[in-house]
Ligand binder design. Sequence first.
Ligand SMILES: *Cc1c(COP(=O)(O)O)cnc(C)c1O
Length: 457
Amino acid sequence: MDLQHWLGRAADAVEQWAGTFGPYRPHPSLLVDDDRFAAVFEEFTGRLKDNYPFFHPSYVGQMLKPPHPAAVVGYLAAMLVNPNNHALDGGPATARMEREAVAQLAAMFGYDTHLGHLTTSGTIANLEALFVARELHPGQGVAYSQDAHYTHGRMCRVLGIEGHPVPTDERGRMALDALEELLRTGRVGTVVLTAGTTGLGAVDPVHQALALKERHGVRLHVDAAYGGFFTLLAGASGPEGLPPEPWRAIARCDSVVIDPHKHGLQPYGCGAVLFRDPEVGRFYLHDSPYTYFTSAELHLGEISLECSRAGAAAAALWLTFRLIPPTPAGLGSVLAAGRRAALRWAELITASDALELYQQPELDIVGYFPTVEPATLSAVDTASARVLADGMTGPAPVFLSTLRADREAFAARHPGITADADGARVLRSVLMKPEAEQHVERVHARVEQLAGFRRPT
Ligand SMILES: *Cc1c(COP(=O)(O)O)cnc(C)c1O
């Protein structure tokens, strides 16, 4: 689709609608003439160049990519109206779009009932899930894996509850025996399972944790902020297929968080939280004198901790989902390409003399490091940092990121490397753009070269 064309059409559509309300003149205090605008715009676009090329196949660093053009057009059109999804009277159209898009997310996870809404981010979505968890298990703490997102520890402090990090295994997944030992103390009311860690995309054994729910009466929350859309690859045929058990088990957990602004092709400002039991809406109830109620149903402002939220975010997601729905054949095929790229790169790294695989990728995130002599953590750290820095300069730039692995995590995966330091940075590449599949060989060759490998001639 031609972005320029559809941006113009979006502006036209809103202008036409606005025209039906009769003419008026903007206030002189708001007028900006084109010459002045041109000068400032020049400066602005100049400053925007100070960015990494997130859109480009040579960018294989953090979890960043531009939104789909459909999301851009949807966002812009709705933003021209600027509805606020805090209540129905803030904009009925985008409030309905939000409900429909959230229902699609619930269906993707297999929730038969749900209460949910969009949030500004995964952080706020997780905060809401932990807030509800605390209301249901007052006086008890929250357990999450050592490799869980740092937000869980931080939000436990915000909520005034105890946070309990649980050790992970040699693939970065929560160790359930350690968890069960902790649960026996009775101090934990809620377990957060991460379906796709931010660092390496490790998937906690959600299905095995279900038994602990029965045995210890704990609540289960799944943080699928990053990995949620990989549900679409659960049990798929092809090499990209994922073991279905943890993903299918999400339907039996109490709440789940997913970030459409990560793998859902959306601009920032789009997270989501879903509860399986709609009854939890009672914890949100407030009696606002500002909002007037046009619906007997709980409206979005009544089931969200945030008040103002961009209706445009809901519009963008709705429009995107109409075109690329969260189904295996829709968005699933986007994620499948990135996953195949990660598997291919892992193969290339395994066969390479210049690089070593940190661990086998579970989703689309590859961890690796330069082969070093002597094989020590400090040498790995120095070499990784050098490849990261050198990669971004020079004629054929490649943009990577690093991840800090501590000494124990390293020893569990690479016992042959001498632990002469507390840990080491390794290289990390998130292959979240489907184009990665076509470019992975080239990117690999460049990284090999940066790591100091000379192809025999
Ligand atoms: C990104 C992420 C978060 C935080 O979400 P934001 O949208 O960045 O606030 C939480 N948990 C996981 C697993 C994540 O990947």
